[in-house]
Write a protein that binds this ligand. Structure first.
Ligand SMILES: C[S@@+](CC[C@H](N)C(=O)[O-])C[C@H]1O[C@@H](n2cnc3c(N)ncnc32)[C@H](O)[C@@H]1O
Length: 346
């Protein structure tokens, strides 16, 4: 149903609860205000188990995603809408109904992304949840601004859908722990490449970073190049071939089903990455080598994985705990008593 600036938040909510999607045709900023007003009318997920809270969150998102805005070739077709073409191209790829114009007059292409795409056919209008679009815009702003990582003394620029090191205590652990003897390190599940950059800056001559998410591999390559760090990025499932003196892994911390693309770097269904990592890492370790596993105990606080289970996975992988360094997360949303650890395994 088409709606505009004349609808009230209460009317909108009633329509959504009846199963109606709202196709907004009014002013862009008023649409944002309506979305905020809808959000205030919905209960924030607070009570119950982790699964109950996730269900409440999913219900909330379903309601908010019913407010749709019209988009044609990565442009919002509304009054006072900003230019979102660059943000959308980063998140979704080239606009549909276009092809890339590769003819450039010089070596540097100074055209805006909008000018670089040539229409193929009459463009069609897609209706996109405003909430999703705001996420795309936020991700673009974060990518431009970057995240300052104290352990690196530099900014890291996350791409859309790639784990951002905004809570970077774990990076401090990697920057401070004594390095083992040897010249090669792997950083498995590298995300933005932040840990590979730290390892390389600490003087390890050969660092190989892997990630199975193509967005992460591209993001890590870009960051490492910008930082002029000599590390190789491979898009692969966990391990590169060969062996290393040090293998670092910061797997997603919460063993639950990822519901969206953005969830994938945070949720690891049934601890799949953690299990595969611990089961295979010993075969990729050089004699005398070390494993550094970074993990928060958040899953334990949420009763999703016990400490005993973690220790038994470590033992089953033929590894022993040689030490553990704990750090308390500084971010304001950290759970009471949550601890992030570097598990030193041999
Ligand atoms: C919590 S993020 C950590 C990112 C980065 N290492 C950091 O510390 O900021 C986990 C990363 O593991 C990656 N990942 C998940 N499963 C993987 C697999 N089987 N092989 C390689 N990478 C994987 C995800 O794409 C994500 O980038």
């Amino acid at each position: 149903m088409h709606v505009d600036d004349t609808i009230s938040a209460n009317q909108a909510l009633r329509l959504i609860h009846r199963g109606t999607a709202l196709h907004w045709t009014g002013d862009y900023h008023n649409a944002k205000q309506l979305l905020a007003a809808l959000g205030r009318r919905l209960p924030a997920p607070r009570s119950g188990s982790f699964h109950d809270q996730r269900q409440q969150q999913a219900d909330r998102v379903r309601v908010l995603n019913a407010l749709l805005v019209p988009m044609t070739n990565h442009q919002v077709e509304l009054r006072r809408a900003p230019d979102v073409s660059k943000a959308c191209a980063e998140a979704y790829g080239p606009p549909p109904d276009t092809h890339r114009d590769s003819s450039t007059s010089g070596s540097v292409d100074v055209r805006s992304p909008r000018e670089r795409w040539v229409p193929l056919r009459e463009p069609s209008t897609r209706w996109v949840p405003l909430r999703e679009l705001l996420g795309v815009i936020g991700a673009h702003q974060l990518r431009v601004r970057g995240v300052y990582v104290p352990a690196l003394g530099e900014r890291i620029h996350p791409h859309y859908g790639v784990f951002a090191p905004t809570r970077s205590e774990y990076a401090d652990l990697v920057a401070q722990h004594p390095l083992p003897f040897g010249s090669t390190a792997f950083d498995l599940g590298t995300g933005t490449g932040v840990l590979a950059a730290i390892l390389s800056r600490r003087g390890i001559p050969q660092v190989i970073a892997t990630d199975n998410n193509p967005r992460a591999a591209a993001c890590a390559r870009e960051n490492l190049e910008r930082l002029q760090v000599n590390a190789e990025v491979q898009e692969t499932d966990l391990f590169p071939p060969d062996q290393a003196d040090l293998i670092v892994c910061n797997p997603p911390w919460i063993p639950a089903t990822p519901l969206t693309l953005l969830d994938q770097a945070v949720y690891d269904e049934d601890s799949r990455m953690l299990r595969a990592f611990l089961a295979g890492v010993r075969d990729h370790l050089k004699p005398g080598g070390e494993v550094w596993l970074l993990l928060s105990d958040l899953a334990e606080h949420l009763a999703l994985r016990s400490r005993a289970e973690l220790l038994s996975l470590i033992r089953a992988g033929g590894l022993q705990v040689a030490g553990r360094v704990d750090i308390t997360p500084r971010h304001p949303r950290a759970r009471n008593q949550e601890v992030t650890s570097l598990w030193h395994l041999k």
